[in-house]
Design a protein around this ligand. Structure first.
Ligand SMILES: Nc1ncnc2c1ncn2[C@@H]1O[C@H](COP(=O)(O)OP(=O)(O)OP(=O)(O)O)[C@@H](O)[C@H]1O
Ligand SMILES: [Mg+2]
Length: 351
């Protein structure tokens, strides 16, 4: 049972304000992902929750009790770091057993718990190996086992999969997801990889420049982005975002001239549409025509990129479509798939 509350947290390193007025409520047993670009303040936030860093101001609560002044070792949080932080001179067993040793758990109970944690992550046959004799994926599992062996109140994971190759990341991701569901421990997971965030999280906090941009379920941040930053950050390829001017009846799109779509208000706006929502249409139904700039096979689908006023615009098409550079395509923008943002603030403008 651990519910975490961050109340108006600020963190400054000298003159640099790296975490700004951060408020976050994390439910018991929730899997919350902190997602954002490099340098946005994810690790700093995590380190404050762990007690490795003090907030400049603001409160951190575990189950309603303020823990700002509680030292790391008494917060009962288990951390998994990007580089795993294994002790190189200890074999896998001793690495996993180490937190129990610190807690003075007796040797036979220690062995039982290490075996239980190790079998959970499929490490039983590697316990005698030294870290240097293990693959990246196996080391990562040692780090996970060392975290789960303690039955902590909270898991803090900081990009734990970033050293693994693409294929291993997918398996390890599935392992972490199952593990956290089985153990039911409140988890905060840091990543800059949006696929990881979308697949793992109950809720995602999208962060940029020290500020939470949006907090929501994966569905919400993908389908209902709060601002241009979230719209452009989530999704691959990124949402097409076009600066336009609306005069009430249609919009003026530089490089395309006018398109007959309805904007929620007049003036300068950013119009957004995801590549998979754009439709290749028959000429009569098209909003505009353009030449193919590049055509990319993705395997399960293909990507048609057109270039309009120096901006690349992507259209996802079914894997059967074949096009080549220079081909003319007719493009339809379904009205109900358009997103609108204020051109100055970047905030979502709803229709
Ligand atoms: N001890 C420190 N002293 C001064 N500045 C720091 C310190 N630690 C972090 N920073 C700065 O704070 C900002 C946030 O750093 P942080 O490590 O939290 O980013 P991050 O979101 O985890 O990035 P990444 O994805 O690259 O790990 C960065 O600009 C960083 O340079
Ligand atoms: Mg970091």
């Amino acid at each position: 049972m651990t519910q975490i509350k961050l109340i108006d947290i600020n963190k400054r390193f000298g003159a640099t304000h790296v975490v700004k007025h951060l408020n976050l409520d994390i439910a018991d047993r929730e899997f919350l992902v902190l997602l954002g670009p490099s340098g946005c303040g994810k690790t700093t936030t995590m380190r404050m929750i762990a007690g490795l860093e003090q907030p400049t101001d603001g409160d951190i609560l575990f189950d309603g009790a303020r823990i700002n002044d509680v030292p790391t070792q008494l917060r009962d949080v288990a951390m998994v770091f990007q580089n795993y932080g294994l002790y190189p001179h200890m074999n896998a067993f001793d690495n996993i057993a180490y937190p129990l040793k610190l807690q003075n758990v007796n040797p036979s109970a220690r062995e039982e718990r290490v075996h239980k944690a190790a079998s959970r992550v499929g490490l039983m046959s590697y316990l005698h190996r030294m870290p240097k004799e293990l693959s990246g994926g196996q080391r990562q599992r040692v780090a996970l086992a060392r975290a789960i062996v303690r039955n902590p109140r909270v898991f803090l994971m900081d990009e734990p999969l970033s050293n693994l190759d693409a294929k291993l990341r997918v398996t390890a991701r599935a392992e972490i997801k199952n593990l956290s569901e089985e153990l039911g421990v409140t988890t905060i997971y840091v990543t800059h990889d949006q696929v990881e965030a979308m697949t793992l999280a109950h809720r995602v906090a999208v962060m940029n420049d020290g500020v939470i941009q949006q907090l929501g379920t994966p569905d919400e941040i993908y389908g209902d982005p709060a601002n241009v930053f979230v719209a452009g950050f989530i999704g691959s390829p990124s949402m097409n975002l076009i600066p336009v001017k609306s005069d009430g009846s249609d919009v003026h799109w530089p490089g395309v001239s006018r398109v007959k779509v309805r904007a929620p208000r007049t003036g300068a706006l950013v119009m957004g549409i995801r590549a998979e929502d754009v439709v290749l249409a028959r000429p009569g139904q098209a909003h505009f025509s353009a030449e193919v700039f590049t055509f990319e096979l993705l395997g399960d689908a293909s990507l048609v990129n057109i270039k309009l006023a120096d901006q690349v615009f992507s259209i996802k098409v079914s894997k059967d479509v074949r096009l080549a550079r220079g081909d003319l395509v007719d493009v339809h923008l379904p009205q109900d798939r358009l997103y609108w943002f204020d051109a100055d603030s970047g905030e979502r403008v709803r229709g």
